[in-house]
Design a protein around this ligand. Structure first.
Ligand code: DC
Length: 227
């Protein structure tokens, strides 16, 4: 099967829009593969931290992006496990520190280029759900279905607050809201791969909607699956 014949659904949304949860659920329903592209950037960020690299040293970070091995393992009990250089880094990947490192290194064009082919390699039969900023624009511009999820910043902060509280992490709602607004601005305004949806993406506002309802709305957009 040529790549062009393997269907791709791209999903993009700012942090806290439920992008990961919804993408995984949609992939499971379709029986398709799933690419969490943010996890690749986070993995490089974590590997850079382990190697004590300076986040200002673009050359070292690019080498790190090439050298880091990243593997996903299904975990029937929950989220897929992510192995970075052979170590299970799933929990470390979700920390704010890893997110901040990922955001910084994602602004380096050579790092993005280094991860490009790796991301395209996830396009395997019978299909792929890929989430992340540039999935529908740079990595899979020919994807048949492109979705952008939105939610108010307040609701995204609240969702994140509940997630972290459930994990026993102590944070304030105000602090999270400020962080989310700052990260949105940085991701939307940077010169390299800003968070801009593909022109042919369908926008779904998830504010006030539960995951199940959003999953159905996304599935209805996949050719051959319209309700
Ligand atoms: O979606 P996330 O929070 O796991 O992403 C982590 C960081 O990586 C975030 O700052 C945006 C960046 N990223 C990116 O630039 N391009 C992608 N395709 C995915 C993530």
């Amino acid at each position: 099967m040529t790549d062009a014949a393997i269907p791709v659904l791209t999903i993009v949304g700012p942090s806290g829009s439920g992008m990961g949860t919804i993408s995984r659920a949609v992939a499971a329903r379709l029986g398709w593969h799933y690419l969490d592209s943010g996890a690749l950037y986070r993995a490089v960020g974590v590997a850079a931290g382990w190697a004590d690299l300076d986040l200002g040293d673009a050359g070292a970070l690019v080498r790190c992006a090439f050298d880091t091995t990243i593997a996903f393992r299904d975990d029937p009990g929950g989220e897929p496990r992510v192995l970075v250089n052979g170590h299970d880094a799933t929990d470390e990947l979700r920390t704010e520190t890893a997110g901040a490192a990922a955001s910084a290194i994602a602004a380096i064009p050579e790092v993005r280029a280094a991860l490009k082919e790796r991301q395209r390699a996830f396009r395997q039969p019978p299909g792929l759900v890929a989430d992340g900023r540039d999935m529908g624009t740079v990595i899979f511009p020919d994807a048949a279905t492109k979705v952008i999820l939105t939610a108010s910043a307040e609701e995204r902060a609240e969702r994140r607050y509940k997630q972290l509280r459930d994990k026993g992490v102590s944070v304030t709602l105000d602090g999270l809201l400020r962080e989310i607004l700052a990260r949105d601005a940085r991701d939307a305004n940077r010169e390299v791969a800003p968070l801009r949806p593909a022109a042919d993406a369908v926008r779904i506002d998830t504010t006030g909607q539960d995951t199940a309802a959003v999953v159905e709305r996304v599935l209805a957009l996949v050719p051959g699956r319209a309700a």
